[in-house]
Design a protein around this ligand. Sequence first.
Ligand SMILES: *Cc1c(COP(=O)(O)O)cnc(C)c1O
Length: 351
Amino acid sequence: MSWQDKLREVEPYVAGEQPKIVNMIKLNTNENPYGPSPKIKEVLTSLDIDRLRLYPNSDAVDLRKELANYYGLEEEQVFLGNGSDEVLALIFLTFFNGKEPILFPDITYSFYPVYCELYQMAYKLVKLDRDFKINLNDFMQPNSGIIFPNPNAPTGLLVDLDFIETILKNNPDSIVVIDEAYIDFGGTSCVSLIDKYDNLVVTQTYSKSRSLAGIRLGIALGSKEAIRHLYDVKNSFNSYPVDYVAQQICLASILDDQDTKAKCAKVIKTREMTKTRLKELGFIVPDSYANFVFVKHPDVEGQELFTALRQVGIIVRHWNTKRIDQYLRISIGTDEEMERMINFLEEYLNK
Ligand SMILES: *Cc1c(COP(=O)(O)O)cnc(C)c1O
């Protein structure tokens, strides 16, 4: 047998491109158009370089304490990892090992099926309705775990806490993971349900609302028991996923929550303006609660619009996948960036 016969062969997740185009308007990976807290600059200039000789605190205790405080939880209920993608990978490995399939929507974060393939776990896609809404009954079948983002990606649609609570109540023997990557853009977090349901695990990221995609920090919140198991798996894989510098930066960010809230409010305002303007141009615009909109035009193909925008340096996201190939996911940038994008579309559609 050749080494090729002994491979774990996978089709990887493909992240949005980071092209090097001058003056481009980058609206394809849901990064925050505004920089992180200015307090981070102070942290970086006063960093103790000699400290880099040492391994970081493996459980990031100072940061963990501050996060626990922020979310009103105990330290043992907080887990940290190298971006929430890594946290999610560890969550699948820790909790989703039953015989039944893992359930998630057919239109959702495209990393979930990749983890399943990587770990060779069975999954079943729950079909969203024509308006991209989740049918609650679809999560009432035997499963080894449930996961979906709230708001969902790439649709931006939000479900309320009652909806999540019904799923939790009906699946007491499975871990239910709510991926709150975009919750700070107008949704209500379900963290408040953690003390009532030991099968709930919530993930959040510092990449979007906190403008820190460049340093990679993601967290998971849950019952002490669930989080302990997550640490056991993490410590069997990599003891030090969050480096010293990232810990210091995130600490400064969490302590400057006002800055985050102000920037989120700006993004929300721009998003609402964008929705209105795109509707005026005839676009179909599901009601996004995230820092992106997911839109299609009844008269122009998604691929065509994607290419036309790219030619003028406006980079958005498009998937050649059934059910969503007519849609574009457009991240919310600054007011000025959105104006330029909308003006271009207006001209293009009138031609
Ligand atoms: C962006 C995103 C993530 C990953 O965030 P990182 O912390 O940057 O790894 C996870 N889930 C969803 C739904 C996302 O959109």
